[in-house]
Ligand binder design. Structure first.
Ligand code: ZN
Length: 352
């Protein structure tokens, strides 16, 4: 069984916090002892040894720069499109360097790359393949520039993040697509890029999903029916994504899995059964198990302290399997949820 994780902020963590993903999560935890990083950004869950131990074959690795809307400086934050562009270029450079320097990491830009990574899983030297995903499109300074990003390996783009972007409203600031957003969708579709609708404002979501001619995903978003809020997907949005042949990655963040759970609450209050319940909700709404996968976000501003009981590191993703089994899912459906749905989408979308 191949495990695919639809959302990890690997480059941001490397460049903003100095977290080397080649190191074990436990080693990084030792380095960070006594610093304010674990309390602020979460207890480290990712690392190459943990990917390999957990059988994680493919990860969507984000390029994420934060709009600097606050008065105090934050790492990897921008105020202009120029700054966003530079930060994002450096993050994409990071992924290229990582793949160049580390033989167990590969960048996936084509079906051939994907096949190689999957074939390597059966060998003595399995590789982890990273598909570059931009979270918030401000680094693309104008729609036509998407082509340059595509040539450099970018395969998936989310138009906005929380406060929105020059392309669309975000989940924390309602708004439609802008004209530039409409143009960008056109260029992306021509290039064969995948659109990630996570963090889009609902108004922008509706238009983007109707308008975009390419494939649509939500790399990391959970059902609103289980945890309310604009960051999550309503049943109507889930249905719409399924109609457009999309896949939704369930976030393994306790706040998004159990209503009322907030940072500092006991980790044990949320379990793999809650993850399975979120998966099951999507399956019930769309009528099959072909539209849902995982998008852990395990290094997206939280860590092991805010992940379900069974999840100490990314090596534990497989512990969702028995929880799905207990809900009555069969082997094939479980394999679909754990990775095959994402893999099918990549196989159908990536260039040769
Ligand atoms: Zn996010």
């Amino acid at each position: 069984m191949h495990i695919v994780d639809g959302h990890e902020d690997i480059a941001w963590n490397a460049l903003a916090l100095g977290r080397d993903v080649r190191l074990s999560a436990f080693e990084v935890r030792r380095f960070e002892q006594g610093s304010d990083v674990p309390a602020r950004d979460g207890i480290r869950m990712l690392g190459l040894p943990e990917w390999l131990a957990g059988g994680v074959a493919v990860v969507f690795g984000t390029i994420f720069a934060e709009p600097a809307k606050r008065a105090y400086p934050k790492p990897q934050a921008y105020t202009t499109a120029e700054e966003a562009h530079e930060l994002a270029q450096a993050q994409l450079d990071y992924y290229h360097r990582l793949a160049d320097e580390c033989e167990q990491v590969a960048l996936i830009g084509s079906r051939t790359d994907l096949d190689e990574v999957l074939t390597s899983q059966e060998s003595e030297k399995p590789q982890v393949g990273i598909v570059p995903l931009m979270e918030g499109a401000d680094p693309i300074r104008e729609p036509a520039e998407a082509e340059m990003w595509f040539e450099r390996g970018l395969r998936m783009v989310g138009l906005s993040w929380r406060a929105g972007s020059s392309y669309a409203g975000g989940d924390a600031s309602p708004g439609p697509l802008t004209d530039a957003g409409r143009d960008l969708l056109e260029v992306m579709a021509e290039l064969g890029m995948i659109l990630d609708v996570s963090h889009l404002a609902e108004e922008a979501f509706a238009e983007a999903v109707d308008r975009f001619a390419g494939r649509v995903v939500a790399s990391h978003a959970n059902p609103r029916a289980r945890v309310p809020g604009r960051r999550q997907l309503s049943d109507a949005m889930i249905r719409r994504l399924a109609e457009r042949d999309g896949v939704i990655g369930i976030v393994l963040y306790n706040t998004f899995l159990r209503p009322g759970w907030s940072k500092g609450d006991p980790k044990e209050a949320v379990t793999a059964a809650d993850v399975a319940a979120a998966v099951d909700h999507v399956c019930q709404v769309v009528g099959d198990a072909a539209r849902v996968g995982l998008g852990s976000d395990f290094d997206g501003g939280f860590g092991a302290e805010s992940a379900p009981l069974e999840m100490d590191t990314v090596a534990d993703l497989g512990r969702v399997v028995p929880a799905l089994g207990e809900m009555g899912y069969g082997e094939e459906e479980i394999a679909a949820v754990m990775g095959n749905n994402w893999l099918r989408l990549l196989q159908e979308t990536l260039p040769e």
